[in-house]
Design a protein. Structure first.
Length: 192
């Protein structure tokens, strides 16, 4: 897999400030928002996000003039991280690369649900994010299928829906979620 930029990479780069101090604040706000959305959903307090990031509310609004801008930026940043992970994992054995990426995808789903609910599917960046995710993760499944370690009677969209369905369930803890995901992925893996 090449390091060719995905459409979402361009979106993220265009939104991120170039000045070091501004970029540091921007990154801190994204991290704080990601945590707050995972904990409290789309209704997370912007004041709490600014406080978690160690900046004032004015800095938050300078970077993200509307709540929607913040949601879109968090969403794009999460998808961009998934794309980078696919590139990083591509050198591993096919099955390890695929399951490593799916594990990261499962973690991303928590934030995605909160952000997607808030945006109600009306964001222009969704299609770029979806295209980027398929371009990043799809080749990992195809490679595992060619290597004979993953079922060939499924498409990448099927696999994402399965993992998304699993992550939509409430679990006692992350370890339980990981066990259930591993059980489901056993159904994807072929035996030789």
């Amino acid at each position: 897999m090449t390091a060719t930029p995905f459409p979402v990479s361009e979106i993220v780069a265009a939104r991120r400030p170039h000045r070091k101090d501004a970029a540091r604040n921007y990154d801190a706000l994204l991290g704080a928002a990601r945590e707050a959305f995972a904990e409290h959903g789309a209704d997370a307090s912007l004041e709490d996000i600014a406080r978690r990031a160690g900046v004032g509310i004015g800095t938050l609004y300078r970077n993200f003039p509307t709540r929607r801008d913040l949601f879109e930026s968090v969403y794009a940043d999460e998808v961009n991280a998934l794309c980078r992970a696919a590139v990083e994992l591509a050198g591993q054995e096919p099955w390890q690369a695929l399951t490593g990426w799916l594990d990261r995808f499962a973690g991303y789903m928590v934030t995605k649900r909160a952000v997607r609910e808030a945006l109600d599917g009306q964001s222009d960046i969704f299609q770029s994010c979806r295209d980027s995710m398929y371009a990043a993760g799809g080749p990992l499944l195809e490679r595992a299928q060619r290597a004979g370690v993953a079922r060939t009677d499924m498409e990448f969209g099927d696999l994402l829906r399965m993992v998304a369905g699993i992550t939509a369930t409430a679990f006692e803890n992350d370890a339980q979620r990981d066990r259930v995901l591993a059980i489901a992925l056993d159904g994807v893996r072929t035996t030789r």
